[in-house]
Ligand binder design. Structure first.
Ligand code: GRG
Length: 311
């Protein structure tokens, strides 16, 4: 397997394509109601990595599809992700001042607009995906399957459910002994939160790309396992960055998990074990796509990137 895949170039190139599509499909900042569209554009174009749509593009490529025509159906993943960040930052949730390196949406536009911008982004995502005029060559069944994936990943079994657990699960007890029974139960709690809060949308991104790209059921099953593995690894890496990276690198406050006594991997099992567990998830994800040919190289590169990223 070639581990020299130029993942940073791939990320730059695909991010530019996703951004171009987002600009094409979204109402401009002057479209009425202008304040709403400005609030949406403010957070959407604040410089996210676009990892979820990029994973969907890479999954479509891995099953042999021409991914570019799928962009209008893949870009909605970023709308759901951005809505979840805007709402997560609200005073009623994480109460954050900084996101993607700039003041959070509610700090600039007010809580009312931030809530409504998130709501509109969510509705827009489903509207774009269901619009038969976009990517008209995609069979209606594949489009419907993608709508279903996105709905499941966004709701109580995914983002929203994960956020509820994240906010309301009582914090972990001080020390978790490496061999004690509390460790297994703490890890199960953590994985349950992570799989919903972060993993569900990442897994759905990979599945949506595969479904729209015409994956066989065997390919879809393998890619689901890949998506699940990188989703869990992504959140462990995010927990590690919260303790290791600077606010400048992350574009948001760091050391928040510890201060807020939140469920996070390093606080429960330590940095080293956290890194080892993330590595196991990535290895499992790479294993799952082992039967794929060189068209899955972007997926392999992205899996490695998730572990090595600094922001
Ligand atoms: C409010 C319904 C609702 C859900 C919120 C997304 C989320 C759930 C909370 C945000 C905080 C958090 C730690 C989420 C986990 C996912 C995560 C690490 C998001 C950051 O994703 P990146 O790194 O961000 O892809 P960019 O800015 O690059 O898009």
């Amino acid at each position: 397997m070639d581990d020299k895949f130029p993942v940073l170039t791939y990320l730059d190139d695909r991010k530019a394509r996703v951004d171009k599509t987002l600009r094409e499909v979204l109402p401009g900042p002057e479209a009425p109601p202008a304040l709403l569209n400005q609030a949406i554009q403010y957070s959407l174009f604040a410089g996210g990595k676009r990892l979820r749509p990029i994973l969907a593009l890479a999954a479509a490529e891995a099953v042999g599809a021409d991914a570019d025509p799928l962009l209008p159906l893949i870009a909605p993943l970023e709308l759901i992700h951005t809505y979840s960040l805007i709402h997560d930052d609200l005073p009623a949730m994480d109460d954050d001042d900084l996101r993607r390196g700039i003041p959070t949406n509610h700090r600039v536009y007010g809580e009312d607009l931030a809530i409504l911008a998130g709501d509109a982004l969510q509705a827009m995502a489903f509207g774009l995906l269901a619009d038969p005029h976009r990517a008209p060559t995609i069979p209606p069944e594949a489009r419907l399957a993608a709508v279903y994936e996105l709905a499941v990943a966004s709701g109580g079994g995914g983002l929203v459910g994960g956020q509820v657990l994240d906010l309301r699960t009582p914090p972990p007890s001080e020390a978790v002994a490496p061999d004690g029974p509390e460790r297994a139960s703490a890890l199960a709690t953590l994985d349950g939160i992570h799989a919903r809060k972060t993993g569900a949308l990442i897994r759905a991104a990979v599945r949506i790309g595969a479904l729209l790209g015409g994956a066989t059921s065997a390919q879809l099953a393998a890619l689901s396992r890949y998506g699940e593995g990188i989703g869990l690894a992504f959140q462990i890496a995010d927990d590690l960055l919260d303790v290791d990276a600077t606010p400048e690198e992350m574009g948001k406050a760091t050391h928040k998990d510890d201060r807020r006594r939140k469920w996070a991997y390093p606080g429960v099992v330590g940095r080293e074990a956290s890194r080892a567990i993330a590595r196991q998830w990535i290895d499992g994800a790479l294993d799952a796509i082992e039967p794929f040919d060189e068209r899955a190289e972007p997926l392999r590169g992205l899996a490695r990137f998730i572990l090595d990223r600094r922001s």
